[in-house]
Structures are given as structure tokens and as C-alpha cells.
Design a binder for this molecule. Structure first.
Ligand SMILES: Cc1ncc(COP(=O)(O)O)c(C=O)c1O
Length: 386
């Protein structure tokens, strides 16, 4: 608990709130925040150092607030990764997709507006809503964590949200979101009303693709729908598959109209020259940065298969289908906090998140996953016997 002095005029709705964030602990095996566990290779580090050194003499000046060169690099990356060529004015960067999402809430949320998600989902969304005075509502998912599309559509009509926010694949469940479901929601939102807005105003659909590079090969990204759907905003990040979480770079792919709305609320010069230089250097080495993605996918499949062979209190563990770099597993852990604590005692940090009975583990290096398997095997026996 942070001790905030009671004589400070903190907003009434923030009194008693805690800062968001998973524990940052110094333990040997960190599998709790869905990072890429592999470090950038030396050529990438060298390119970053060179680019930052080159711009250092210009740091007395503000950076390019439109970050045009970086937006061009996003375009080149998506042309390759998602087979879709977007214009520079259909792209936008920020300090992590956290900031992209906050900017979307600032532009399209606000007092009297509601954003609609699907439960369970990423636990930051209600925080963006709170911070922008936006209402936050959740449609339910089916027992296997897939969307209940009919219930979602009913709720869109009942609530009149300004934003429908879906995560593809979902966090914390890993559930893939099929393209035909995204298209169905887009079509509904093209004519649905937004409560409190003028006639003729319709919701935008935000697809959070933070983990999308881990999707099954051969499946598409929602980026490919942007040209046909001006009400679609796709949020992406360099933090996960691209192995660049520490640099804080996220980006938005959307129609020029949506990007122009976001540009109204952005801070001037929000993306530092150092960040832009580092991101451009990383994009020079896209092959190296993505080189472990296939291996991490294989690690996910192998870990899911292994988890399914494990038992707790005589029942096999459930593992949610994942298109991401993490797995939600358990399903019937009646003491998930104890399992988490016992793993931590053995130097393995995972995450207590999602519906009761489940735990989430992110894919690490081969050595880290071996330690996770060894620790979990011991811990399940200890906790079930306690
Ligand atoms: C679904 C989802 N969206 C967005 C983010 C934010 O990522 P970043 O701000 O590092 O781009 C995360 C981070 O864990 C996430 O899980």
C-alpha cells in the first residue's frame, strides 16, 4: 500500500487506488510479463548505439513530433509482417501500446462515453477508462474464453459504446480472435449508435494486437482490414515478439481520420528523439529481432502439451488455447496464490491473473522453461498435500 498523505487533493475517484503493475522482482526466472526472453543480438545493440550517438548533438532541439521516418518504418514492417501496405498517415507511434491505448481513450472516450470489452481481458483497460472518465463495460466470453459474438452484438446495441475494444490474441487467456468475428463486429459498428453522440456517429473498433506476431502461421492480422474499414484501429507494439519492451514503442494502424483524432490529444513531442533513433535501429534488424518468434511458438506448443499431462488433486490441468507467447493453465487451482508463492520460493515468477483457478506463465528460454517444469512438478504435489 502506498501511503498517500490525506491532505493532498487527490481526485476523489483515485483515493484508495494503487499504481498498476506486476511485481518487478529480482529472481532467476521471470515469466510474468510476457516479454521476449531473448536479448537483442550484438549487431542490434551496435546499431542502436550508433543511431543514438548520431542524434546526440541534436538533443538541444525537440524531436520530429510527427516522427515521419519511424512511421515509414512501421509501414515497411507491416507490409512484410502483415502483407498490407499502409500510408504514413495511417500509422502513429507512441511510448508503448499503453500510450496508444490511452490516446485512443482520450480521443474517443471521456465523460458520457463508454468503452466495451470482453471479460476476461487485459487489466489495464479499466485503468485507461478511469483515467479518462470513460465508462467501462464488459461482455462475457464463453467457457473456452472465445467471444460470445451474439451477446457482444446485443451489448453494443444496448450500451451504445464509442469504442469496442477486443484483444487479439486475448490477454490473459491467449485466445485467438478469428477474422470473421472481427469483420462481423466492424459491420455492426458501422451503423450502431453511440449513446450521447450526434446522429450518424458510430463506434470505432479497437483491436489490440500486442501479441499478434505469435499467431499461427498462415492466419491474418486485422491490419489487413484497415483500408476497407475506416472505423478500425489496430494497436501494435514492439514490446513482445519484437523483443524491445525496454525501449517503449507501440504503434497504431488505422484510417487517417482516426490518426488525426489521436493527434489532437497527444502531448507535443511525446516520442523522444532517443526513442525514435533506437526504434529505427531495431527495424534495421527486423530479421534478428524476430528470429526467436518461431521457437517461442514451438515452446508454447510443447509447454501446453506438457501442462496437459500434469495433474492437480487427481485432475489433469486445463490449458487455454493460445495464439500468444503465454499460457493460462490450471482451471481448478483452489490455491493458486500458494502455487504462485511456492514457485517464487524456487526462483520462478509467474502471474496470478485471470479467472479464479487459473495461473498464467509466459514462455522463457529453454533453460527457464526447464526450471519452470521442474519447480511446478514439485509445487503441485506440495500444495495439493497441504
Ligand atoms: C494486451 C496488451 N496490450 C498492451 C500491452 C502494453 O504493452 P506495451 O505498452 O509494452 O506496448 C500489453 C502488455 O502486457 C498487453 O498485454
Amino acid at each position: 500500500m502506498s501511503a498517500i498523505p490525506q491532505n493532498l487533493p487527490l481526485r476523489n475517484d483515485l483515493i484508495g487506488e494503487e499504481p498498476y503493475g506486476a511485481p518487478q522482482l529480482d529472481v532467476p526466472v521471470c515469466l510474468n510479463v510476457n516479454e521476449n526472453p531473448y536479448q537483442p543480438d550484438p549487431a542490434v545493440c551496435e546499431a542502436i548505439a550508433r543511431r543514438v550517438r548520431d542524434i546526440a548533438p541534436t538533443l538541444n532541439r525537440y524531436p520530429d513530433r510527427e516522427h515521419i521516418e519511424l512511421r515509414q518504418a512501421f509501414s515497411d514492417y507491416l507490409a512484410r509482417e502483415s502483407n498490407t501496405r499502409l500510408d504514413v498517415d495511417e500509422l502513429w507511434g507512441a511510448n508503448g501500446s499503453n500510450e496508444i491505448m490511452l490516446q485512443l481513450f482520450q480521443a474517443f472516450g471521456g465523460p458520457g462515453r463508454t468503452a466495451l470489452g470482453a471479460d476476461p481481458t487485459y487489466s489495464m483497460y479499466p485503468e485507461y477508462a478511469r483515467d479518462t472518465f470513460t465508462g467501462w463495460q464488459l461482455a462475457h466470453r464463453k467457457a473456452d474464453f472465445t467471444l460470445d459474438i451474439e451477446a457482444l452484438i446485443e451489448q453494443i446495441h444496448a450500451v451504445g459504446p464509442s469504442m469496442v475494444l477486443l484483444t487479439s490474441p486475448n490477454n490473459p487467456t491467449g485466445t485467438p480472435l478469428p477474422m470473421d468475428e472481427i469483420e462481423r463486429v466492424l459491420e455492426v459498428c458501422e451503423t450502431a449508435e453511440v449513446a450521447g453522440a450526434n446522429a450518424g456517429v458510430h463506434p470505432i473498433v479497437v483491436i489490440d494486437e500486442a501479441y499478434v506476431e505469435f499467431r499461427k502461421s498462415g492466419t491474418e492480422s486485422a491490419v489487413s482490414l484497415i483500408k476497407a474499414h475506416p472505423n478500425l484501429a489496430v494497436s501494435r507494439t514492439m514490446s513482445k515478439a519484437f523483443a524491445f519492451a525496454g525501449a517503449r514503442v507501440g504503434y497504431l494502424a488505422a484510417s487517417k481520420g482516426i490518426i488525426d483524432c489521436v493527434r489532437i490529444v497527444r502531448m507535443p513531442y511525446h516520442l523522444s528523439a532517443v526513442t525514435q533513433a533506437a526504434a529505427l535501429a531495431a527495424f534495421e534488424h527486423t530479421d534478428e529481432q524476430l528470429s526467436r518468434v518461431e521457437h517461442l511458438r514451438e515452446t508454447r506448443e510443447a509447454t501446453a502439451a506438457w501442462l496437459e499431462t500434469q495433474t492437480y488433486k487427481g485432475e489433469p490441468l486445463d490449458v487455454a488455447e493460445s495464439g500468444s507467447n503465454f499460457l493460462l493453465f490450471g482451471g481448478h487451482f483452489d490455491k493458486r496464490d500458494e502455487i504462485f508463492d511456492e514457485l517464487l520460493k524456487r526462483g520462478v515468477l509467474i502471474r496470478v491473473v485471470g479467472p479464479a483457478g487459473w495461473l498464467r506463465v509466459c514462455m522463457g528460454t529453454d533453460e527457464e522453461m526447464a526450471r519452470f517444469r521442474e519447480a511446478l512438478t514439485q509445487v503441485l504435489r506440495i500444495v495439493e498435500a497441504a
